[in-house]
Write a protein that binds this ligand. Structure first.
Ligand code: NDP
Length: 333
């Protein structure tokens, strides 16, 4: 079985590919440039015979995938612009995110006669209603949709526009399926913040992906940041959810939240328990305050546990493994 993973050089894709390779799958990664191939190969040393790449310079062009689908039996579409401070919402986020999903689906239908499953790396961003704020007492689940309109998203702040891009892209995927009824299933994985280790050691702390950057800001901060996404998933759990879903056909065709409660205070509380040496380098805040009832919305991440038997990594372990790698990088830079 060969799984096509788009955006193969990304943070989340790195762990997904690692798990697929370990489990014996062949992987074809798509990237935008030669340079990304070299970096991705380096991350998966030892699996050269299972791993191949295709350069797709523009993922919004169906024909760009022409040579990528040979032998492919499943698609994990993870590539999507993840920028929280765009100069132009529409051209940098909304359009490429939507066209990226639709083109990958079209390409799978046209060039991938053996494709049986298409799994979209969506986001909790397509579930959350940002306009309702922390919405205490509300619990989000897979039945919720981010209700923002395209017109609102065009002029919204960066994080809101990013969330909208994920919602429009996922919606476009479900709509495409309704219209085209291809020979493969479509499923979406919707995690909030994804934290945890990068597949390779971090070499440049100034070029972190958005979620690792967000958590790393704790180190220099003088106070606990306000909650943004009140949820997180360990990147290894996100990878496990993708692969388990691929292996369980009866669970496909659905949306799955992968995630549990997160706020920066609780993250700090857990991190200091795991790595007491960080005390003094990160703000202490008010230990325990993050878990007070009635402050933040909650996230129901139980569907994926029931359907796929996913076992969530506790926040403390995710924080420890994230910060261990960040501290190693500090030592080197
Ligand atoms: P990264 O920034 O590490 O990876 C993003 C990947 O998408 C890279 O391979 C990047 O390629 C590719 N990409 C971005 N824009 C384009 C574009 N216009 N055309 C083609 N490829 C593009 O981010 P993550 O690994 O964190 O994110 C991966 C996916 O997971 C995204 O879909 C993101 O929305 C989603 N997600 C991430 C969460 C998180 O907290 N990290 C939470 C929930 C969802 P290049 O290197 O060439 O730019």
């Amino acid at each position: 079985q060969t799984v096509l993973v788009t955006g193969a050089n990304g943070f989340v894709a790195g762990q997904i590919i690692n798990l697929l390779l370990k489990k014996g799958y062949k992987v074809r990664g798509t990237v935008r440039s030669d340079r990304s191939i070299n970096a991705a190969k380096e991350s998966h040393k030892g699996y050269a015979s299972q791993l191949s790449f295709a350069i797709v310079p523009d993922m919004t062009v169906i024909e760009a995938y022409k040579d990528a689908f040979q032998g492919v039996t499943a698609v994990f579409h993870t590539a999507s612009p993840f920028v929280l401070a765009p100069k132009d919402n529409e051209s940098e986020l909304l359009k490429p995110a939507v066209a990226g999903v639709v083109s990958a689906l079209e390409a799978a239908a046209q060039y991938g006669p053996n494709v049986k499953a298409f799994i979209l790396m969506a986001s909790f961003a397509s579930i959350l209603d940002l306009s309702k704020g922390y919405r205490p007492t509300y619990t989000y689940s897979e039945k919720d949709w981010n209700p923002i309109s395209y017109e609102e998203a065009k002029v919204a702040d960066g994080p809101t526009a990013y969330c909208a891009s994920k919602a429009f892209a996922e919606k476009a995927g479900w709509e495409w399926m309704q219209t085209h009824k291809p020979n493969f299933t479509f499923s979406s994985i919707c995690p909030p913040w994804v934290f945890g280790p990068n597949i390779s050691p971090i070499t440049n702390l100034n070029k972190l992906n958005e979620s690792t950057h967000a958590i790393y800001t704790l180190i220099r901060g003088d106070k606990i940041p306000d909650a943004d996404f009140c949820g997180f998933a360990d990147v290894r759990d996100v990878a496990a959810a993708h692969v388990s879903l691929l292996e369980k056909e009866s669970a496909q065709g659905e949306r799955y939240i992968v995630g549990n409660h997160f706020d920066y205070q609780t993250a700090v509380d857990e991190l200091v328990k795991e790595m007491p040496e960080l005390e003094g380098r990160i703000p202490k805040g008010e230990p325990g305050a993050g878990l007070k009832e009635g402050v933040y919305y909650r996230i129901d991440g139980s569907k994926v546990v029931e359907a796929l038997g996913l076992e969530y990594t506790p926040l403390g372990v995710t924080m420890r493994d994230t910060f261990k790698q960040l501290m190693e990088a500090e030592g080197k830079t």
